[in-house]
Design a protein around this ligand. Structure first.
Ligand code: ATP
Length: 299
């Protein structure tokens, strides 16, 4: 449905986005992750035709995406911006009208949306009287209320407390069930794990990881071992391939292996006298992968 092909953008001699390609189908959610300055916002702006790529193209339903299609889009930009002196209701109506909706269509929906996002304020209140998080929720409503088919959210979770983050996750899932194609960026890997069908990680403008979260995690091998057994950390460190061994605050020993196969010898030694309560070999978490990949030197 949305396809980006070989997008590239330079600012002077700096390459902000370098040859990025992906596809998002109807009803699919894609996450875009990467350190500050990795190129996420620049990618969003190119998709939305707010920036012209130096190279590459963006197709929406097989045709070039131009800002004529804006009525089909819901975009939460990184720089939040509402009119502080305008009431919540007028603000929502104004933005919906910009997207081609009539007041008559949107007005009856507003109470329901304010309730869905638990906005603390009355619809006649001026936006400036709301807390920052509540202002952000109003802006999210202006992004979603016209039922866009393409939703682009630049760090929508930043500044939301965990309860409101859950409400937003629900809102995003509902838009997905309604068939929208959704992309969002986030620095919170829990939100990414919870929502994304697919994921792209950018580093210095380059696409260094892509796929479903499971596929990405499995690429790194099952190198995290969680163990409750008679083996001490000192004993574990003697096994081939063991890089680290430490007891965590729950009393479970966490072992970092060089490769998945290194777990076998430990399993045999740990179970030689029979039952042990924990032996679990897992790929690294998305957060660990992010830190590892972001920290690696750019070639
Ligand atoms: P963050 O997580 O901090 O929001 P990001 O991944 O969204 O970062 P971008 O805003 O896309 O990153 O920026 C990518 C790079 O392009 C950065 O080095 C940034 O300084 C540069 N850049 C972005 N916009 C411009 C511009 N208009 N002119 C010059 N450089 C720019």
């Amino acid at each position: 449905m949305l396809e980006a092909r070989n997008l590239r953008k330079t600012f002077g001699d700096m390459t902000a986005v370098d040859n990025i390609s992906f596809k998002i189908e109807k009803g699919e959610i894609m996450g875009l992750i990467g350190q500050n300055g990795a190129g996420k916002t620049t990618t969003f702006r190119m998709i939305l035709d707010l920036l012209t790529p130096d190279k590459g193209e963006v197709l929406w339903k097989g045709e070039a995406f131009t800002n004529r299609l804006f009525n089909q889009v819901g975009y939460l930009p990184e720089e939040r911006g509402l009119y502080p002196k305008v009431s919540i209701e007028d603000q929502i109506l104004y933005f919906a009208q910009l997207r081609g909706k009539s007041k008559k269509e949107i007005k009856p929906l507003i109470d329901n949306w304010l309730e869905k996002f638990d906005v603390k304020g009355k619809k006649g209140d001026k936006v400036k009287t709301l807390s920052k998080g509540n202002q952000q929720k109003v802006q999210l409503i202006t992004t979603l209320i016209h039922q866009p088919e393409l939703i682009i959210l630049d760090e929508p979770f930043s500044g939301l407390d965990p309860v409101n983050a859950d409400l937003l996750e629900e809102g995003i899932k509902e838009a997905q069930r309604n068939g929208a194609s959704i992309i969002f960026s986030s620095h919170n890997m829990n939100n990414v794990e919870e929502l994304c069908d697919s994921l792209i990680m950018l580093r210095n403008g380059q696409q260094i990881l892509e796929g479903s979260i499971k596929e990405i995690r499995e690429q790194f091998g099952r190198t995290k071992l969680f163990l409750e057994s008679p083996l001490s950390t000192e004993a574990l460190l003697q096994f081939p391939g063991v890089q680290q061994a430490r007891v965590n605050k729950d009393g479970v020993t966490e072992v970092t292996l060089s490769q998945t196969e290194d777990g076998k010898a430990i399993f045999e030694a740990a179970t030689k006298d029979g039952y042990i309560p924990t032996f679990s070999q897992q790929p690294p978490t998305l957060e660990e992968i992010f830190k590892r990949m972001a920290g690696e030197k750019h070639e």
